[in-house]
Design a protein around this ligand. Structure first.
Ligand code: PBG
Length: 330
């Protein structure tokens, strides 16, 4: 409970009168240690391919991703989360490329770890970049299959961990996948691989620019509402998190970010585990579009939104703004 004198004994503005006192009373800190840099890789020779809805967050070649890892080290960003744009010719109904040890993701992970071994590399575990229907799991007769999908996701996670990924991050929202992945990692002797579970991931309009970036927007049939959560729900998020914690998740992720800070707060309070949020592509696009019109100041918007995540209880934020934020926080 907060106690306060009455006005004029209490004048809250006294504590805001100058920068030095504002700094002294600041409750929330944001440092480069709170950043995970989200980036998309592609398999072509072009160093960077722009994504229309995500200005500045280009698709990077494997070589450019390795340079990004060096840049992350220089900027003090602890980790990079990598997402693939897969050549449409390589996509199939089963997403077979997802578990290819010589595929784009594994080659990108190796290149980044070779270039900057000190930087943590996180990979997405889900089939959507690899399937010709754009879903995160296998589909039969229009239904997303749970257990069959989990078996594929387990193969994908083990292959990625063997390639050197430090964190595997299942973003598919199938039931039971964290436990299955954890068991397979232990079985393979990959006892140090971290699992960051996209524990509370909502079926959201804010993923559209990402689906353009990874090339799944044009192929996706239907929506993801039978596996991603209903945005009207909050107790359900706690049940999802409880299952993933029991199954062996080391770190928890809430997604999308800014519109879901109430979920972050509940998850952090209930579980007190390392908790993250994803400032997703649509959130990035909104800020970028407003700034391109001169309606917002980008640097101020970046720092304010990242502080909001921290205030809500996030230990860190997965964000396409990470390099800019790290530079500002230098
Ligand atoms: C899918 C996945 C998505 C994102 C990361 N992994 C989108 C989706 O569920 O369709 C979104 C990231 C973003 O919007 O920035 N496995």
């Amino acid at each position: 409970m907060t106690h306060s004198a009455a006005f004029p004994a209490a004048r809250p503005r006294r504590l805001r009168q100058a920068d030095w006192v504002r700094r002294l009373v600041r409750e929330t800190t944001l440092t480069r240690n709170n950043l995970i840099w989200a980036l998309v890789v592609h398999d072509g020779p072009e160093a960077r391919i722009p994504v229309a809805a995500m200005p500045g967050a280009d698709r990077l070649s494997v070589a450019a991703a390795a340079e990004a890892a060096v840049e992350a080290r220089r900027l003090g960003i602890p980790a990079i989360a990598v997402f693939p744009y897969i050549d449409p010719k390589l996509k199939d109904a089963n997403g077979s490329q997802a578990a290819n040890p010589d595929g784009l993701v594994c080659r990108a992970v190796k290149a980044m770890k070779d270039a900057a071994p000190e930087v943590g590399i996180m990979v997405d575990v889900a089939l959507d970049p690899f399937t010709d229907h754009g879903h995160d799991g296998l589909v039969r007769d229009g239904r997303i299959l749970n257990d069959e999908s989990v078996a594929r996701l387990v193969d994908q996670a083990v292959v990625q961990a063997e390639a050197g990924a430090d964190i595997v991050a299942p973003s598919d929202m199938m039931d039971g996948r964290v436990g299955a992945i954890r068991a397979a990692l232990e079985q393979a002797g990959l006892t140090d691989t971290l699992i960051m579970s996209y524990a509370a991931k909502y079926a959201s309009a804010f993923y559209s620019p990402y689906r353009e970036a990874i090339g799944s927007a044009s192929v996706l049939t239907g929506d993801k509402k039978t596996y991603q959560m209903d945005f009207a729900n909050t107790d359900e998020a706690l049940r999802e998190v409880a299952l993933d914690v029991a199954e062996g998740a080391d770190m928890l992720l809430v997604k999308p970010g800014l519109p879901y800070l109430d979920i972050v707060r509940r998850v952090k309070d209930a579980f007190a585990l390392p908790t993250y949020a994803f400032q997703v592509s649509g959130e990035y696009a909104m800020i970028k579009a407003a700034c391109a019109n001169g309606w917002l100041d980008e640097d101020r918007a970046i720092l304010e939104t990242l502080h909001a995540f921290r205030r809500a209880g996030c230990d860190g934020v997965v964000t396409y703004f990470a390099p800019r934020a790290a530079t500002l926080l230098g």
